[in-house]
Ligand binder design. Sequence first.
Ligand SMILES: *Cc1c(COP(=O)(O)O)cnc(C)c1O
Length: 380
Amino acid sequence: MPNRPSFENPVVIAKPVLVDLDDFKGELQEVWKSGWLTNNGYKHQELEARLQAEIFDGFPTSLVSNATIGLIVAFKTLGITSGEVITTPFTFPATPHSITWAGLKPVFCDIDPDSMNIDVKKIESLITADTKAILAVHVFGRACEVEKIAEIARKHDLKVIYDAAHAFELELNGKSVACYGDASVFSFHATKLFHTVEGGAIVFKDKHLKEKCDIVKNFGIKNEEVIECGINGKMNELQASIGLLMLTEKDIERNHRAMIEGIFHDRLGGVDGVILPRKSGDVTKESLQYFVIRINAAQFGFSRDYVHENLKKHNVFSRKYFYPLCSNAKFYRDFFSAKEERLPIANDVADRVLALPFHGGISPDDAERICDLISSFKGN
Ligand SMILES: *Cc1c(COP(=O)(O)O)cnc(C)c1O
């Protein structure tokens, strides 16, 4: 492998897409003219309608202030106010935290070693009389086994919510991933490919749930009367304006990331001990949210931590994503379901994963150099 010099400037893991400032000013002028800054304003209405029509296959969509609030609002909207929720430990802390904030108890289920998503074969053994729902995550934009989850939910009369924070535009057999489950929650945080700085959307199967959600996210107020213990989960007009511009901007970012993804696959595909994300056959459109490799230390000769540290020495900042596991966090690790011996795959996977810098600021040459660096670390 040729000896590659270090990067002069730090290569960061994520970089938000910035919409054109003049375009944003144009949007803001319209907002200023309307004098309507939040509470289902014009921009909010337009973004909600366009996302529903253009991205979410017409399924009822409700915008929210962020995905974490969105998950909490989804539980409330579905009428789930007590009991247990089966979820994955291999996720961002917002997933189990939303269960806890909704007054429910997370029950951790081990993951599938290939997809890194909740292992559908292990869900049923965790179901008790208190189980109310399954909160599954499409980790790194790889879809869960949606049909099998639906079957388990039907059999045991459970609700299904998807944390779809990584799955914007993910399509299975030409259909949006949002059409599975009772609700799917998307994050529009600045680090997500499509974003509104902070924000999110809940996509429901049922139109009545969207109508209820619109009340829940606005303090539970319906026609000047308080009918629910709602919350403030509204998206404002400035956020929605960014979202409208991002609807155009996102494809440039998507095309760029698809090219970088191709380089990562070409250059790392033959490196023994580097496991690349594998696409499943039914995916017809990818989310392109993250590029996460796994290091098999026995084959590579060195651990994930070694690769992470050595990339840093060359000014490349990868991220151990998701490490540590949510089930090992202080406030969850004493749960019966969080015990390490009950989650062997998740604990193993968390020690191997490494997210590579993956955004519009990574040039093809950068991507090649990052791959060459990783290859050069390989032991014999
Ligand atoms: C980003 C993210 C969230 C949280 O989204 P916010 O919009 O920042 O609240 C939740 N779950 C996962 C898996 C995420 O990656």
